[in-house]
Structure formats: structure tokens, C-alpha cells
Design a protein around this ligand. Sequence first.
Ligand code: CTP
Ligand SMILES: C[C@](O)(CO)[C@H](O)COP(=O)(O)O
Length: 231
Amino acid sequence: MTGALWCVVPAAGRGTRVGGMCPKQYLPLAGRPLIEHTLERLAAHPQIAGLLVTLGADDARWPGITELNGKRVMTAPGGAERSDSVLAGIDALPATVGQDDFVLVHDAARPCVRLADISALIEQGCAKDGGLLGAPLRDTLKRADAAGCSAQTEPRDQRWRAFTPQMFRRGQLASALRAAAKDGRAVSDEAMAMELAGYAPLLVEGAEDNIKVTTAADFPLAAYLLSRIVT
Ligand SMILES: Nc1ccn([C@@H]2O[C@H](COP(=O)(O)OP(=O)(O)OP(=O)(O)O)[C@@H](O)[C@H]2O)c(=O)n1
Ligand SMILES: C[C@](O)(CO)[C@H](O)COP(=O)(O)O
């Protein structure tokens, strides 16, 4: 069992795959900026103590939220890559968050995460070296060739899609991210940094509607999911 956890929310991306000038986390979703849905959902979780949001340089769009549902909301400058933003957020956490305390990392671009899935990650991940939400691949996987044709069918067994939140001990995650950066290794998520450091993060199956809003087509889907998912 663990106490209350802080959650780092990387929100310093540019949203280039959506297009346009406004980073996707500030585009409207169901009438409000996408990021507000994500932060409110995280702040609603009883085991989340506070949020540390990493922002783009000179981000004028950040609405200046300092508290949600009685939880403190802090900000820190993000970095060039998502992993840089995550590390910046870890380093900016309050000193009350110990090096051995678990911390969560959740994409600002994932507004539909279920509170029950966060609870499952916290409960199951604390018994291990931490873990991440994900789901086993349910479709056949193809490797495309340069012409956009199916060149090969990839093995699907034991393949999972990785979601967020991901949860690790503050000190171990910071060290793993620093080591990967020092080695020039691009890491797509926190779990990869931990794997490179020799840990085996637990995969905790979560709902597949925990989508990452990545392209413009994801906005109406996310709006529908938000209307259907209570928590
Ligand atoms: N340097 C970066 C890059 C991404 N992110 C955040 O990481 C999350 C997931 O990243 P992604 O979906 O790739 O967002 P973007 O990088 O903004 O998207 P794109 O690759 O289309 O530009 C998002 O909440 C994004 O804001 C971040 O904090 N810092
Ligand atoms: C961290 C992540 O959400 C796991 O699926 C994903 O890797 C982030 O998206 P990106 O496009 O790789 O930045």
C-alpha cells in the first residue's frame, strides 16, 4: 500500500501531428481545453496528492491553474523531448516527495484514463519495481515496406500497447532517464528507460479507451469517450 502520489503531467509538446499553430493540449475538447479534462480527472483520484505539469517554453496558453480538487498544481519548464520534460518534472517535484516514493507520469494528451485503472496500477505496481498501464495487441501486426505494402506479419504474442500513467520510484526513474540521456538513447516512455536500467516494469491491463489524442481525428473520439466514461 502506498500513500498519496504526485503525478508528473508532460504537456510541453507541440502537437505537430494535429497540425495548426496551437499545441493540441490547449485545443478545445467538449468545449474546454483538452488539458483541463486530463488534469481534472487526475485530481479526482483519491490517491493522487498533486500534479506537476511541464510546459512549453513561454507557454502563454497555460491557464495558470494552481489547485484542483484540493490538490496542488505546480508547473515547470519542459524539454525538447518528452523524456526531457518528464525528467524536468521529476526534478521539480516538492522535496516532500522522497527518492523512494512512487510517482506517476501521465500524458496531458490522454484525457480518458479511468480512475479504476489508475488504482489498479498503483496497487499492483507498488508490489514490483513500478509499472505501466497497457493492453495486449488484439490486431494482427504488419511490417510495412517502403511502398506501403505488407512485407511481413510480426509476431503478436506477448506484444502490448503502452499507455500512461506509468509509475516508478522517483529516484530510480530520474537515474534511469539521466542514464538513457547520457547514452544518447531516445526513450519513448518511462518504462523503456527503466528497462534499459535493468528493471522489469509490471504491465497492468487497462481500458483501451485510454486513448492518446494524437491527430485531429482523435478529438471527436475523445469527446465521445468522455461523454460515456464517468470515471
Ligand atoms: N518535448 C515534449 C514532447 C511531448 N510532451 C508531452 O508528451 C505527451 C505525449 O506526447 P505526444 O502525443 O507525442 O505529443 P506531441 O509531442 O505534442 O505530439 P507531436 O509528436 O504530434 O508533436 C503530450 O502530452 C505532450 O505534450 C512533452 O511534455 N514534451
Ligand atoms: C508515452 C506514450 O504515451 C506511451 O504510449 C507514448 O509513447 C507518447 O507518445 P509519443 O508520440 O511517443 O511522444
